[in-house]
Design a protein around this ligand. Structure first.
Ligand code: GCB
Length: 625
């Protein structure tokens, strides 16, 4: 065995690469406005006015003087004004014009739409006009599915909101800024990596920038449902016979205490009225007549109707129980073994950030073909369509925030950011039965500052959602001979432990796995990352690096090792599909892609895909208990 500790060696390599690649990385000023408080749950089930389509754009090259004035203050009086300069006569002091600027498609990253922006990390300004007819007694929100990484939003020259974080939605209240007729919105999106960002500057994926997910206008009555949670009551123990109580809450924005909310789930025989408290929250516990619990074998979803005053919303929600007992993971009381894959939000075939129904269909096509029942959505929340499809298809999901390796664990403001991201992730997806665990981090350095940070974060996630296990993907430990003793203190805060290890690729030889003995605590362990690179179509012997046969060989030895660890409850190979990563610079083999995929970026299956397909079909590696 060589090259340990894994984390230290690999991340040092990475940070060295990033220091040289990203000399323009600067710590960006903090956001001027209060963190965004509104996040409308179930927007994809509301009737909205889509603002997807062509948006004009201007590139504000670093140091982005169009957006940041001296001292880093955000400029409200520049491009955000969207004035139309008189170019041919008169005083000439404004040198931009959205109206005649080229366009980018929204949703979509800018990198894969415009060749000159392929490697661009910085500020791009987006603008579009839209028609609007205000309706009395309503409020209107601009919903942004995700924008990477920081966003600053103006409507009709008025600064409306800011948001930090590239992978969760936010809703800006534009009611007061709108007028009848033509309106315009300007959004500056800054994808510059920030040492105090989450993730921080070093990442092993492509930093796609832009308005990467759907943008829409959502008009709701003055009093409306902004958040809800409808789940099978999480009792102290599960019994199928008693699994008929649904619990949760509906939050009504603008409601006074005692406002009625109707909850109907016709198929479960539920039709009940609940009342809001002084905070607008109506908590409930209600008996269903009988329930078909959600599972991969039967991914049953119920139509759930919520209404209050003039607002009405229907969602499709599955009910199930997920918990950990000893070293087992129980779904509806039965031990399960997770046969999964890791996946970045990278669009198969076309490349770029995934955002569409077609991307989701392709990804789930691969998962189904693999006989997978589980997917780890790395390393950040993906498009909500993924969880929707997982709900419908019966695929269980690990959802994660982008705390990846090294971030500024010592800074309270970074902790505040992480808690916001956890909150936004949970808020958006807590009603998705497919999501069976929340992950607070990936491969973080084992030191007291990080352990305190992540322990608190795990507890915060648990406080927000006590119904799901909390996990994290760990790295290390140091081997002692053939002994690997995982004793990371963060595990105390986790219900399920994810273990990443690359024996046979980054560390040692594949055969080393045959004799390695792991010591884990008595908790469920998921092999959350393991694998090797192989270029599709590259054939050779089983020891030939980059050959498909070698990738298969690494997995064979890994399987032998994993079979000897009694607590392992899931396989999550790294990674389902090759994905872009600018740190992967070996010509002809990598060409800017991490090649550990079981499938190439254009959908071609490597031998290792067939290997997993067979293992998963025959359930030949790993046990549910
Ligand atoms: C890891 C990281 C993942 C990388 C992968 C690799 O451990 O969690 O983000 O892409 O290794 O291929 O090095």
């Amino acid at each position: 065995m060589t090259g340990f500790p894994i984390f230290a060696v690999r991340s040092l390599l990475r940070s060295a690469a990033f220091t040289s690649l990203t000399c323009s990385v600067v710590a960006l000023p903090g956001l001027a406005q209060e963190p965004q408080k509104m996040l409308l749950v179930g927007v994809d089930h509301r009737v909205v006015t889509s603002l997807n389509g062509d948006w004009h754009y201007l590139v504000d090259q670093p140091p982005a003087r169009g957006l940041y004035a001296a001292g880093g203050k955000v400029r409200d009086n520049g491009y955000a004004m969207n004035t139309h300069p008189n170019i041919s006569s008169g005083p000439h002091n404004e040198e931009y014009d959205f109206a005649t600027a080229p366009t980018l498609k929204v949703p979509g990253d800018w990198n894969t739409q415009e060749p000159t922006l392929f490697r661009y990390e910085g500020v791009v300004w987006y603008q579009r006009d839209f028609d609007f007819r205000p309706k009395a007694g309503t409020r209107t929100f601009l919903h942004i599915g995700a924008a990477n990484y920081k966003s600053f939003v103006w409507v009709n020259q008025k600064r409306i909101c800011d948001h930090e974080g590239g992978f969760t939605p936010f809703d800006c209240d534009v009611t007061a800024a709108l007028k009848p007729g033509t309106n315009f919105v300007v959004i500056a999106v800054d994808s510059t990596r920030d040492v105090d960002g989450i993730p921080s500057v070093g990442i092993d994926w492509f930093n796609y920038g832009g308005l990467t997910r759907d943008v829409s206008l959502v008009t709701v009555p003055k009093m409306f449902v902004d958040d809800y949670d409808v789940h099978l009551k999480h009792e102290s123990s599960f019994s199928a016979a008693n699994a008929t109580t649904l619990a949760g809450y509906v939050h009504v924005e603008g409601a006074s205490a005692g406002t009625s909310v109707t909850l109907r789930i016709p198929e479960a025989g539920i039709d009940t009225t609940i009342k809001t408290d002084a905070e607008g929250k109506a908590s409930f516990e209600v008996k269903a007549k009988q329930l078909t619990l959600w599972s991969p074998a039967q991914p049953k979803l119920y139509k759930v109707e919520l209404s209050t005053g003039d607002d009405r919303l229907t969602d499709d929600i599955g009910f199930r129980d997920i918990r950990v007992e000893g070293t087992r993971i129980l779904l509806n009381g039965k031990s399960i073994f997770l046969q999964g894959a890791n996946m970045h939000a990278e669009a198969p075939y076309r490349g770029g950030r995934a955002y569409s129904d077609e991307d989701v269909k392709n990804i789930f096509g691969f998962l189904k073909d693999l006989n997978a029942n589980f997917v780890r959505l790395c390393h950040y929340p993906h498009d909500e369509r993924m969880e929707r499809e997982a709900d419908r298809e019966g695929v269980m999901v690990w959802s994660e925030i982008p705390v990846w390796q090294r971030i500024s664990y010592e800074k309270p403001e970074v902790y505040a950011k992480a808690t916001r991201m956890v909150g936004e992730m949970i808020r958006r997806d807590r009603n998705k039965a497919s999501v069976i665990m929340w992950s607070v981090s990936n491969e973080t350095p084992n030191n007291p500052t990080r352990t305190e940070f992540l322990t608190n974060l795990a507890n915060e996630a648990r406080r927000l959602d006590p119904t799901r296990p909390i996990t994290s993907a760990l790295i290390g430990p140091r081997p002692k001979g053939n002994e690997m003793v995982q004793d990371d203190p963060l595990m105390k805060a986790l219900d399920v432990v994810g273990q990443n290890q690359y024996i046979g690729w980054y560390e040692g030889r594949p055969e080393d796995a045959d004799t390695i003995h792991w010591t884990f605590p008595e908790k469920p362990i998921l092999m959350s990352e393991f694998g090797a690179e192989a270029k599709y179509g590259n054939h050779g012997g089983k020891s030939d690096r980059w050959a498909e046969e070698q990738q298969v060989n690494v997995y064979e030895h890994q399987f032998a090792m994993i079979q000897r660890i009694p607590q392992v409850r899931g396989l999550i190979p790294w990674v389902l599909m090759d994905f872009r990563s600018p740190t992967r610079n070996i010509p002809k083999l990598q060409d800017g892609y991490n090649r550990k995929g079981l499938i190439s970026e254009d959908g071609k299956k490597k031998l290792a895909f067939e290997q997993f397909q067979k293992v998963y079909k025959e359930h030949s590696v790993g046990k549910a208990e």
